[in-house]
Design a protein around this ligand. Structure first.
Ligand code: CP
Ligand code: NVA
Length: 313
C-alpha cells in the first residue's frame, strides 16, 4: 500500500496499516539516523525541496520539518505569514499551482482546514497538513511513535485526553480509531470535539475495535495508560483565553489526575505548554512524562512521512 503521491491532511487519510508502516520507518530512522549522518554521503531526498507555508507561529513544526529535510539531503523553504499572504495577495489555487512547478512537497500550517484542502485540490505534489483549526495529524504520528516507545504497542492502550476538544483531540480520536487504541476525550461541556469528528471516529473504530468516548467527568481518566493535554486556547482563540481559564480550571493534568490514571501512565503534551493551566510544571517533569520525546519524534515521524509520500521509503 504505497503512499507515493498522496496528501496527508487528516489521520483518516492513512489506513491503520499505513500508519504503522510510517511509524516503523520513523523508528528505523531514529535508530540509525546518527550512524548514517556519521557515514556521510548523499541523502535519499537530495535535490528535493519542501515548501513550508505558515499562517501561524511555530517552533517544533518548522524546525523539525526543516532539519528533517536537511538530514535527508533535501532543502526546505520557510514561507512566513507575511511572505505570501495566503488568500490575500493571491489565491490558494494559484499558490498551489505555482509551488507545484518548483517544489516536490508542500507543508502548510493554516487557520481553516479548507485551505489545506484547497492546496491539495490544486497542487500536483503531495500536501501535508502542518496544523489546521480542525486537525494536527503530524503531531499524532509523533505521539504514536512515543506511545509505542513507552508502551510497546498502540492497540489496546487506554489513552485519555483532558482539555479542549480541539485540532489535536480530533486527530488523536481519528488516529486512535484507525490503529485500535482506546481514546477517551474529557472536556468541559460545550467544548467537546466536533460531532462530525466523533461520528467519523466511531465509524473508523468499527474496523479495529477501538473504544472512542467523549466525557465531561474527570473520573473517566481512571486507569488510563496515557494522559494527554494541550492548551485551553489554541492559536486564533487568544481573545477567549481569559474566559476559557475559568471554564477549564479543573481540566488539567496534575497530581490529582495522575492518581486517577495507571501508576505508569505516560504524560504527553504536544507543546507549547502553559504551565499552571492545562499541566503543572512538576507533573511535566516526572519520569512518566515523555513531552520532549514527543517533540523529538516530530522530526523522525515527519522524515518517515516525507520519504513515504515521495516513494523513497
Ligand atoms: N506541537 C507543535 O506543533 O508545536 P509548534 O506549534 O511549535 O509547531
Ligand atoms: N491546539 C494547539 C496546538 C498547538 C501545537 C493550537 O492549535 O494552537
Amino acid at each position: 500500500m504505497s503512499l507515493k503521491g498522496r496528501h496527508f491532511l487528516s489521520m483518516l487519510d492513512l489506513a491503520g496499516e499505513q500508519i504503522l508502516q510510517v511509524l516503523e520507518t520513523a523508528r528505523s530512522l531514529k535508530a540509525t539516523g546518527a550512524l548514517r549522518a556519521a557515514a556521510g554521503g548523499r541523502g535519499p531526498l537530495e535535490g528535493r525541496t519542501l515548501a513550508m507555508i505558515f499562517q501561524k507561529p511555530s517552533l517544533r513544526t518548522r524546525v523539525s520539518f526543516e532539519t528533517g529535510m536537511t538530514q535527508l539531503g533535501g532543502h526546505a523553504i520557510y514561507l512566513a505569514p507575511s511572505d505570501i499572504s495566503l488568500g490575500a495577495r493571491e489565491t490558494t489555487e494559484d499558490i498551489a499551482q505555482v509551488l507545484s512547478r518548483y517544489v516536490d512537497l508542500i507543508m502548510a500550517r493554516v487557520f481553516g482546514h479548507n485551505i489545506v484542502e484547497d492546496l491539495a485540490r490544486h497542487a500536483t505534489v503531495p500536501v501535508i497538513n502542518g496544523l489546521s483549526d480542525y486537525e494536527h495529524p503530524c503531531q499524532i504520528l509523533a505521539d504514536f511513535q512515543t506511545i509505542v516507545e513507552r508502551k510497546g504497542t498502540l492497540r489496546g492502550v487506554k489513552a485519555c485526553y483532558i482539555g479542549d476538544g480541539n485540532n489535536v483531540a480530533h486527530s488523536l480520536m481519528l488516529g486512535a480509531a484507525r490503529v485500535g487504541m482506546h481514546m477517551t476525550v474529557i472536556t468541559p461541556p460545550q467544548y467537546e470535539p466536533q460531532a462530525e469528528v466523533q461520528r467519523r471516529a466511531a465509524d473508523a473504530a468499527q474496523a479495529t475495535g477501538a473504544r472512542i468516548a467523549v466525557a465531561n467527568d474527570l473520573a473517566a481518566a481512571k486507569g488510563a495508560d496515557v494522559l494527554y493535554t494541550d492548551v485551553w486556547a489554541s492559536m486564533g482563540q487568544e481573545s477567549e483565553a481569559a474566559a476559557r481559564k475559568k471554564v477549564f480550571a479543573q481540566y488539567r493534568i496534575d497530581a490529582g489526575t495522575m492518581k486517577l490514571a495507571d501508576k505508569d501512565a505516560v504524560v504527553l503534551h504536544c507543546l507549547p505548554a502553559h504551565y499552571g493551566d492545562e499541566i503543572d510544571y512538576a507533573t511535566s517533569r516526572l519520569p512518566n512524562s515523555a513531552i520532549f520525546d514527543q517533540a523529538e519524534n516530530r522530526m523522525h515521524a515527519q522524515k518517515a512521512l516525507m520519504l513515504h509520500l515521495l516513494g523513497c521509503a
